[in-house]
Design a protein around this ligand. Sequence first.
Ligand SMILES: [Zn+2]
Ligand SMILES: [Zn+2]
Length: 268
Amino acid sequence: MQSFSFHCHTVFSDGMNTVEEMILAAKNAGFTHLGISDHLIVPKMSDFSEKIDSYRQHVQHIRSASDRFNFPVYVGFETDYFPQDGWGEALRMFKETVKADYLLTGNHFVSGEDGEYYPILKFPWQEISAKEANKIISKHFQNISQAVRSGLFDFLAHPDFIRWSSPCGETDFVAERMDIIEALSETHLPVELNTKGLRKIGDFYPANWMLKEIAKRKIPLLISDDAHDITDVGSHFDLAEKRLSETGNVVRIDLATKINNALQKKSA
Ligand SMILES: [Zn+2]
Ligand SMILES: [Zn+2]
């Protein structure tokens, strides 16, 4: 069974537990290492600068907790992708400045007809026409493809999270979701099998048909618990392993190797 996760949250963003409590939970779950990935949501480029101090402190806090618990912890951030000129470069600079180890792109917003961004879970889907909803969801998936192709991220989180709250069902928007898979295949960007979907909609993210396409293309994959509290740590990894063995030929990845190699290169 996979004994790590690179996707979890603390009270720094929308998690329920502290860094220390999450590390302890990972140790208790038999993990060998952990990646903590609180949210980084920056729709306006000017918002990067005001976040720097608190994010840098958070990174240092995790590093010192990792030392105190004598347990390897990597620091990442889960980032929505906002495509505007210069945004990617600003994100790269931000990551360097706060000294984070990795970035995952997890997308929780849709862009409305008015060009504003709205959280998917609070979007008034009932109040708009089916045609309008289709346009918004299609654009959301295209945005994820763009995020994958941007080269900014270390893996893709929950590609079809939007199923949680929108008219998008398991087998809708196939062309758009296939394009995300094509983008992953072109860029060799890893993707996660997210067990939070099981807790929210009774199914993994991504849907099973997507997982099969991912396996066919040998796209590297890791299991994520997307833990928001200590009871979520390692949650449903047994079912995730079962799903992966049923799928067959899934290429697995542990980001630790990549991160450690990058760190070694830097210090050399
Ligand atoms: Zn997320
Ligand atoms: Zn998350």
